[in-house]
Each structure stands twice: as C-alpha cells, then as structure tokens.
Design a protein around this ligand. Structure first.
Ligand code: RVP
Length: 502
C-alpha cells in the first residue's frame, strides 16, 4: 500500500524568519560566512574542506566553466565545472583554474623567437593574456629567451611580420629569479625593480613559471579568496556514474579539489558504486553525491561515504523534472527534513556530513532561509548564469540585455548521463529541462557582495554571527498566500515597474 506523507511540502517563499535579539556584537563586519563542505568527525571541523562564503555554482554548461570558477573562488565560493563535456576538456578547465593564480603560475602564452607579431597578437586574443614567454621550443618549460608584452610593440606602427626576437625584452635585460624562490621573495623582487612580472627559471635557464604583480594586488582586493596549500584557487568538478573510471583520474591529475556526482535523482546503487570506487582509488579526494530530498536518500548516501549531500529535485528554475517524472519535493521542506537527518546521523555516528541546498533560489533572502533551515551551503544556477563571467553569450532580446541559460536535462545540453538511469543503457528519451534567457546582471563580484550584505544583515536580525549559530537559533514561520502579497510593494503605483529582480 502506498504511503502518503501527511505533511505538505513547501518552498522558501512560504517562510519568513522571526527576528531574535540583535546584540551589539551583531554587526555585519563581525559575521563569518565560512562553512565546512566536506564530512568531518566530531571535534575535527577544521580538517574539513571549507569555503569562505556559502555559495557554489551549479554543475551546468551555462554556468560553471573556468572563468566563472576563477571569479567565484576569488570571492570565496566554489564552482563545480560542468561534466557534460569530454573528460579532457573538463580537466583542461580545472587546469586553467588551478594555474590561474599560484602566486607562481605556469606560463600559458609561449612562442618561439622566430614567430611573428601576428602570431603574438593571435595568441594574446586567444588567451586574453598579454605577457608572452619566448622560449627555445615555444613551450612553457623551454629555455627562456625573452618576454614580449604589449608594451613592446605598437600595432599602428609595427609591421605584423616582424619577428618577436626583434621586439621582445631579451633575457640579458630581464630580471629573473631562480627556481625555489618563495612567493614573498618574488614579490619583494617585483617591488624592488618595479616589475609587472617576474620569470622564474631553473639552473639550466628553462622557464619554470611567472609571478605577476597584479596577483599580489588581487589577493589584497579579494581577502576571501579560497586557496589550496600551494596558493592555487580551489575548484570542484561534476562527474557522472557512467564514465567515472576514465574521468576522475584526469580531473585528479588536473588538480581538482573536490568532486560531485551530478544527478537529478541520486538515491541509486550507481552512486553507491561510484563513491566506493573513488574512496578506494582516491581516498584523499572528497566526493559529494545527490540529489536527494528525504531522510532515506540522505542515509543511503551517507553510508556510501559521500562527503557532502546535495538536496533538491525539481526546484531548479529551468527544471521540469516534477512535470515530466512526477518526482520531487518542495525545496524548503526537503532541506529541513534532510538537515534533521544529518543532525541525527551526527548524533548517532559522530560524523557531520554537510548538506547543500541545490536550486530554486529566486530572491537573495531565500539563500539565508536555506541556511536557516539547515543547509551548510547553497548551489545556484540561474543566479550565476546572469553574470559577465558565466560562459554564455550576452545578447539583446526585446530591448533588454540577457544571457542564455539552459537546463542540463534540456535537449540543448544533452547531458544524458545526468538524466538517464545511470546504468550504461544511455540515451535521453525526454527532456527534463528548458532553454531560456535570464536578465544580464553585470559582474559576479558586485552581485555576490550585494547578496552577501543582505545575508549578513538578516543574520544580525536573527542574532547570529555564524552559519551554525543561525541554524541553531533560527525561528521560522509559514506565511499565508495573502501575507506573501503583503510582503512585496502593494497598493501603490510603482514608478519603475521595469526593475530587474536580482
Ligand atoms: P536554479 O539555481 O534554480 O537555476 O537551479 C539550478 C539547479 O537546477 C542545478 O544545480 C541542478 O540541480 C538543477 N538542474 C540543472 N539542469 C536541470 C534540468 O535541466 N532539469 N536542472
């Protein structure tokens, strides 16, 4: 006999937070949004992988490539590079994030000395980087012969067929540092000689890497950025339950920090097997799993060894899984129920497994509600798709700037690994997602900081300086349909009805 749950499931818009006492210490600058995203044993929270803001970007073609991953990691959050591409190109995106800022980065723009200015300009347009290392073999580890930067030529005056050896600053006039130099020493040399970049070479004169002045400044501008021990930005990657034995090794080789199995329904034996294989072969690489919406799904993946568990089925803005398959649960109820399962698991086993609320964030305050209801961090697709750094094109539609945003279950993404049964039978028979536009919103940094300012203000109203404190203290109330209307501007004539909902 089927069982019908007595409780209705609800979504974030149906709840509000009741303020707690705001003490004098409760001020935005005192709020910490740092959150652990991988499992840890009681008393060992510091050993978990943590991020500085509780936002991660969705595993989607229209959202998480290397440019978004770099921008988000600089603000303190984490991207999961989309897995619906070849393992090689996904690994390449991971590599681009990892090499973005090591303090000492490996040079991604290199030419031989007999290449022409035309070659240099093409390369610069491709990589977006204006510093080109000129090496004996045109690779990033050849013998360093000189550096070419945009200061070395004037496109209006210099003939395009000029060889770079006649334009570059030759090694004899370059300040360099020897391999083994520390980042602090390298930065001192940069300051002392007023350089923009400092090449690092080994004892044979081969190029090892470059240190850029702008990276030093960048860290000052991005105090929240998340870095690994080698000062490289952190990045995650999505995987599936089909080709993980080939894909995971390439991602690990590229330096990925954390993996996540990407599936609309994660309560499956395929996920169990995938997690077991990763734990056996790569015990040091954390792996998240999901998505689930209830206690049973959570416990199953927790026992499988998942390092975090993603919650949400059908709540995504572009998702029609509920309409096509009739599975899912209101996102607020799902998060609340799974959070209780997590707490019970912690109580029983002494192991805390963070949960991620995935999809369905429409207003900024929904983020804070998701945390208050027990989420440790939040995954967003639509939100990030609107920014400059997302991979999609900005265009004008109906006189407004928009960006494209499509679901991984749409025909356009053809991400059948996420949407079939995970059993190698393959083939996407029906769509679970749509193709859409979202309003263009500008730079990631500006928007994220604005959203976080609201989050911190709400946390202060709830008398909480940290996410665990918010989870412990939050008091929420359901609101009636009429109260929801009362919550927006009402009974006035709005002067600007065109305003974009951020
Ligand atoms: P949103 O932030 O509301 O746009 O939701 C993003 C989430 O939607 C993703 O992280 C994923 O879980 C889900 N998704 C992605 N594609 C599809 C689909 O095509 N149905 N759903």
């Amino acid at each position: 006999m089927a069982r019908i749950f007595q409780e209705e499931s609800h979504t974030f818009s149906e709840y509000l937070l009741i303020p707690n006492l705001t003490t004098q210490a409760c001020q935005s600058q005192n709020v910490s949004l740092r959150t652990a995203i991988t499992r840890y044993r009681k008393g060992q929270r510091e050993q978990a992988l943590s991020i500085n803001i509780p936002l991660v970007s969705a595993i989607m073609q229209a959202v998480s490539n290397h440019t978004l991953a770099i921008a988000l990691a600089k603000e303190g959050g984490l991207s999961f590079i989309y897995g619906s591409q070849s393992a090689e190109s996904e690994a390449e995106m991971v590599r681009l994030v990892k090499s973005y800022k090591a303090g000492i980065v490996s040079s991604d723009s290199n030419l031989r000395e007999n290449n022409t200015l035309e070659d240099a300009v093409k390369l610069k347009n491709n990589t977006g980087h204006s510093t080109i290392a000129i090496t004996s073999d045109g690779t990033n580890s050849g013998k360093l012969l000189g550096l070419l930067t945009s200061r070395d030529y004037r496109l209006s005056r210099t003939a395009m067929n000029t060889e770079v050896k006649d334009l570059m600053t030759p090694i004899s006039r370059l300040v360099t540092a020897k391999e083994g130099v520390s980042l602090t020493e390298a930065n001192d040399i940069i300051w002392e000689h007023k350089l923009n970049q400092l090449p690092i070479i080994n004892e044979k004169g081969n190029l090892v890497g470059l240190v850029f002045r702008k990276d030093y400044d960048s860290h000052k501008d991005h105090p929240n950025e998340i870095l690994d021990r080698r000062k490289r930005l952190l990045v995650g990657a999505g995987i599936n339950t089909r080709d993980y034995k080939e894909r995971v090794p390439l991602l690990v080789q590229a330096g990925v920090d954390v993996l996540c199995i990407d599936s609309s329904d994660g309560f499956s034996e395929w996920q169990y097997e995938t997690i077991s294989w990763i734990k056996h072969n790569y015990p040091n690489i954390p792996v998240g799993a999901g998505n689930v919406v209830d206690v049973d799904g959570f416990n199953y993946l927790a026992d499988a060894g998942a390092d975090f568990i993603k919650v949400g089925i059908g709540g995504g803005s572009i998702c029609i899984t509920r309409e096509t398959k009739g599975i899912g649960c209101g996102q607020a109820t799902a998060v609340y129920n799974v959070a209780r399962a997590r707490d019970a698991y912690y109580e029983k086993n002494g192991v805390y497994i963070p949960i991620c609320s995935d999809g369905g964030i429409v207003h900024d305050y929904h983020m804070t509600l998701a945390l208050a209801m027990g989420a440790d961090f939040i995954m967003l697709g639509r939100y990030f798709a609107r920014f400059d750094e997302s991979p999609t094109k900005r265009m004008v539609v109906g006189g407004k700037y928009v960006k494209e945003y499509w679901g991984e279950g749409s025909n356009r993404a053809r991400n059948w690994q996420r949407y079939d049964e995970g059993n190698n039978k393959g083939g996407m028979l029906f769509e679970e997602g749509v193709d859409s536009y979202v309003p263009y919103a500008g730079s990631l940094a500006l928007n994220v900081n604005n959203s976080l300012a609201k989050m911190k203000a709400t946390m202060c109203s709830v008398g909480s300086l940290t996410i665990p404190e918010l989870q412990a203290k939050a008091r929420l109330v359901r609101v009636s349909a009429t109260s929801i209307v009362e919550g927006g501007a009402h009974d006035v004539i709005l002067k600007n009805s065109q305003s974009v909902d951020l």
